[in-house]
Design a protein around this ligand. Structure first.
Ligand code: HEC
Length: 181
């Protein structure tokens, strides 16, 4: 190397190091947040997501017939939503069709919705406050598994406002006293 080439090399090395130093803190901060929490380890993120959806009871509310059949549902029904409503002080909600959601939304958006309780709008009985605590890795694994199932355009009934009973079958989650009131 000639002296001027050597100088150029030295300058570009310094420049690269500086760029790396500026770019690094963001990446490390993010990685650290992810690494503090436990996550499921499996052969692939899709396999981890498949496992998590079962053990975290997501199918109970998001797969029609899951509970009744002890998990023996056709592949077409997996996470495609549940038309049995959940009625309570919030009105009626339905376990959403997660396959359509994963098909339409990005992975980052899925994480954002789970972390923020859907921007503070999330309704019961979705266990929002537990789900917000999943590690990033687990949330992403669940998204990737759901996405891998492919879209399934099953339409769910519309939810109702507080005080309005649904016209579909529903589970009543109203808290009552011992007299049934
Ligand atoms: C007890 C029933 C129940 C369980 C268990 C449940 N969910 Fe839900 N989930 C719901 C209901 C109901 C909604 C709709 C809530 C609303 O309208 O705000 C919902 C909404 C969601 C949404 C929001 C979709 C969107 O973008 O609007 C996601 C994602 C989701 N659930 C994923 C999961 C995952 C993952 C699990 C397992 C860790 C899970 N749910 C467990 C009932 C449930």
């Amino acid at each position: 190397m000639t002296r001027s080439r050597l100088a150029l090399f030295a300058v570009s090395t310094v420049a690269l190091t500086l760029i790396a130093a500026i770019a690094a803190p963001k990446a490390t901060a993010r990685a650290r947040v992810q690494d503090e929490k436990p996550f499921v380890s499996a052969a692939s993120p899709v396999a981890a997501g498949e496992y998590l959806m079962v053990v975290a009871s997501c199918h109970d509310c998001h797969t029609a017939g899951w509970t009744e059949s002890k998990g023996n549902v056709p592949a077409a029904a997996l996470l495609a939503g549940n038309p049995v409503g959940f009625y309570g002080p919030w009105g009626t909600t339905y376990g959403k069709n997660l396959r359509q959601i994963a098909d339409r939304q990005t992975e980052d958006h899925w994480v954002e919705v789970m972390r923020t309780v859907d921007g503070g709008e999330g309704k019961l009985p979705m266990p929002w406050h537990d789900a917000a605590k999943f590690s990033d890795k687990d949330l992403r694994a669940m998204y990737q598994y759901t996405k891998s199932l492919g879209p399934q355009p099953l339409k769910l009934p519309r939810g109702t406002k507080p005080g309005v009973k649904p016209t579909t079958s529903y589970i009543d989650l109203t808290v009552r006293d011992s007299t049934g009131k």
